[in-house]
Design a protein. Structure first.
Length: 88
């Protein structure tokens, strides 16, 4: 039951990421594509967790680690841009 509940939560988070990335694209942000990729991955993972009971929590750990890496690199890039703007 727990993987199904987590699957629903992951699926909803994926929808939120996709919606936010599309809104950021309309505003001209450069990071929208990363969030779209993360959102799609979350949608797929959430769907698989809801449908298949064998798809347990270990893949969630791997996916969350991958998502954290993507977000960390995005934050690093944003920090560099902010520092560059401060010096200009």
């Amino acid at each position: 039951m727990i993987p199904v509940l987590i699957g629903i939560w992951v699926f909803v988070r994926g929808l939120m990421y996709v919606a936010d990335s599309l809104a950021w694209r309309r505003r001209g942000s450069g990071d929208w594509s990363r969030y779209l990729i993360v959102g799609i991955l979350l949608l797929v993972l959430g769907f698989l967790m809801m449908v298949d009971d064998r798809f347990g929590l270990l893949p969630v750990a791997y996916l969350l680690a991958f998502i954290c890496l993507i977000v960390a690199f995005g934050m690093r890039r944003a920090d560099r841009e902010l520092r560059r703007q401060e010096h200009d």
